[in-house]
Design a protein around this ligand. Structure first.
Ligand SMILES: C[S@@+](CC[C@H](N)C(=O)[O-])C[C@H]1O[C@@H](n2cnc3c(N)ncnc32)[C@H](O)[C@@H]1O
Length: 376
């Protein structure tokens, strides 16, 4: 087995398909094992022609295996069979560490902020504040928040009760970056800034890139990007731009972006007892494409642009410890504060609109009753 090459595929097949398919693969020279999640194939010499001939005996399994085998470039042929060589080696880049040192990585853009973290004044903690974020955040000390999770107003013209959501893009970004500048300042060393943002594709303004550029220029480290797949089928069937013509086809998106930044370091210190993510959650959520349905209760909570609780739950569990302080400067109907509270984090929610703040407070009461019932 030592010199065999190994290929792993997700197991999405029926028992019958596996039984039939494995017999054929074994006859073609491939050793097979499987569990609920994966199929593992070990091989060095494979009779591809044999698999091709039998391909129609399973619905998809053999076709998928052939596709994967054909992606392997390092092979030769002998007696009509394919001999795979150095498959496990051919993905390796030589001198990875030295190359990284030559490029310098994120340090090229990073700024070094003070490593001294401060306490958050108790008057801000575990409350919803109805005020302009810029005004309140200026009163926070430097380096006092562990995690900021937010989705800013998008400048789409959404009907927020109290704030105008259509501005010249320049004015919009000025407002946003003033508030985000304060966020950078108040984030702890080791803290994370996580922004859910949806560009207005029809204006051809890439807000997610401009926001990322802002934080990188401020000296935060870009940790990565999560694609939030909303499976929003509506967008798949209308608005084509120039129908069936290259003149100006309109690209459509059923997803939004989650941009993640760190202050000073990628690593966040915390104690083991305060970790609450399970092994299964961790395995699933580090794969940076999350399929989550949009919030269904927007009517009930009287807010037109909410993100779903599941999205915030994943962000908070993956990027913070219990008891950490989580802040949302555009808290809307209070999704962040509700989820943070129910996950045993301290929270601060700010929104300029009184009625949204009242809804956010009501939702916090729901978590109080969850706590009372011991269900969180
Ligand atoms: C996209 S919504 C956030 C919705 C929230 N994520 C939720 O799930 O309910 C943006 C929010 O920013 C608020 N907002 C706009 N300008 C603000 C400002 N200067 N300070 C505080 N909140 C502001 C709006 O009232 C709106 O509720």
């Amino acid at each position: 087995m030592k010199n065999f090459k190994t290929l792993q595929l997700s197991n999405t097949y029926s028992d019958n398909e596996i039984a039939v398919g494995f017999q054929i693969l074994n006859s073609a020279g491939i050793q097979t094992t499987f569990n609920d999640e994966n199929i593992v194939l070990d091989f060095d010499v494979v009779d591809m022609k044999y698999i091709e001939k039998q391909q129609n005996k399973t619905k998809e399994l053999l076709t998928n295996v052939l596709d994967e085998l054909l992606k392997i470039r390092s092979f030769s042929s002998s007696n009509g069979k394919i001999v795979f060589k150095s498959f496990n080696k051919d993905k390796k880049v030589i001198g990875k560490k030295e190359n990284k040192e030559k490029r310098l990585g994120y340090e090229s853009f990073q700024r070094h902020f003070s490593e001294k973290n401060n306490d958050t004044p108790s008057r801000f903690l575990n409350k919803i504040h109805c005020v302009d974020s810029l005004v309140l955040l200026k009163q926070f000390p430097d380096n006092c928040i562990d995690l900021i999770v937010t989705s800013p107003p998008y400048n789409f013209g959404i009907n927020y009760n109290n704030s105008n959501d259509v501005n010249l893009w320049d004015n919009y970004f000025e407002m946003l970056f003033n508030i985000f500048g304060e966020c950078v300042r108040i984030l702890k060393s080791g803290g994370r800034m996580i922004v859910n943002i949806q560009p207005l594709f029809s204006d051809y303004v890439p807000s997610h890139h401009l926001v990322s550029n802002f934080f990188i220029r401020q000296g935060l480290i870009w940790k990565g990007e999560i694609i939030w797949e909303k499976n929003n089928y509506n967008c798949k069937y209308c608005t084509w731009g120039s129908w069936q013509s290259p003149s100006s086809p309109y690209l459509k998106y059923s997803w939004e972006f989650i941009e993640i930044f760190c202050k000073n370091t990628l690593k966040k210190d915390g104690i083991k007892d305060d970790v609450d993510i399970t092994a299964d959650e961790f395995k699933k959520w580090v794969y940076a494409k999350w399929s989550i349905a949009p919030e269904r209760k927007m009517k009930e909570y009287k807010h037109d642009a909410m993100f779903p609780e599941e999205l915030v739950k994943r962000i908070i569990k993956l990027f913070s410890y219990q008891n950490n302080i989580v802040l949302d400067p555009f808290n809307g109907a209070g999704t962040t504060t509700k989820v943070a509270r129910s996950l045993g984090r301290q929270f601060i929610g700010i929104d300029i609109d009184q009625s949204y703040c009242e809804i956010a407070e009501n939702r916090l009461r729901e978590t109080n009753s969850l706590f009372a019932q011991g269900e969180n």
